[in-house]
Design a protein around this ligand. Sequence first.
Ligand code: GLY
Length: 407
Amino acid sequence: MIKAFKIKKAACMLLLVFFVIVKTAASGFAQSSVKTSMKHLIDRNLHSAVDQYLVLAKKIPSDSLARGYDPARQKNIYSGASWWCSGFYPGALLLLYEATNNQELKKEAVKKLTVIKNQMYNTSDHDLGFKMNCSFGNAYRIFKDTAYKNILIVSANSLATRYKPTIKSIKSWDFNTAFKCPVIIDNMMNLELLEWAGHNGGGERLKEIAINHANTTLKNHFRPDYSSYHVVDYDLNTGLPMRKATWQGVNDSSAWARGQAWGLYGFTMMYRETKNPVYLNQAKSIAKFILNNPNLPVDLIPYWDFNAPDIPNALKDASAAAVISSALLELAQYTQLPEKRAYIKAAETILRSLSSNTYQAAPGTNGGFILKHSVGAFPMHEEVDVSLSYADYYYIEALTRYKKWYL
Ligand code: GLY
């Protein structure tokens, strides 16, 4: 009798334990399937970004800038000031300092500004906008130090020396002998420096150059579906396009993902600066091409080229996604419902994807870089499936933009 009672009791206990395990598992699943709020996601990611960049700051040589991390070699990649990405590391440090008040990152940023300062005189690089606007542009916005303002104006004038009146554009590369006078879609991003300087004492001509460049790009870089060619090569005598081609994409008629991202960001920024509705419409049309593209995966992280032949096995490009999310958040500022909501939602999906373990490095790993899985220049086998400073920069910018505008 007692024995039967004990067996029954043990069976009841087992049942209870089983019930608790099932319930815990079920509630655990329920919890993890509930979405983290954007406020929580952004705060958590900004703070983990600070921790990562403190790791990075400890590794980096004093005269270098952070360029990326190569997981295949388990090595950080650094650069000197002349590399087109030299402004992103100080820029990211400044954005993180602004968001969290971390004094160590501020100190590191100010130190790195001195490393790239002399780039203000560089007239052989169209990427002076990336370099100086992302670094000194943020520094001036935050600290209001007039020395930074002067550096920005000198930089804008250096960039303006690359303007070619016959084609009404800034020449992109000098190094690339495959082209006569190449203008790349990426160059839209450098116009922000000219616009800023034009509005801040640098003279009307700088604004005119930016507007002319944007108008020429609008005329010659886009296809009827609003995807863009990477490179338009011009005849400097006639001012006409000679060839439309790619350098970093799959082929001349493909839509290289980061190129589409630069176009989206660039025309959104030009609308902010000029209020010309033509630029706003262009940005909306580019957004439509990207967001309605049948080759855009559900996590909204694009393959490195929308026409990569091995989709769905092609590599994705986190850097393009980061730029797109930041651009969409700004585009939403200038649009009405229901488009506004769609842009914010898409940017939110990208930020959630980039914040997942797939793209975000575990704390203390990845050489201190935040995002994994970017593609620099696939056809050249350069920086393929690595971490890149500009992916981190635009990811941080998007997080801070979301926080400022939508929380
Ligand atoms: N501007 C160069 C790149 O996007 O790779």
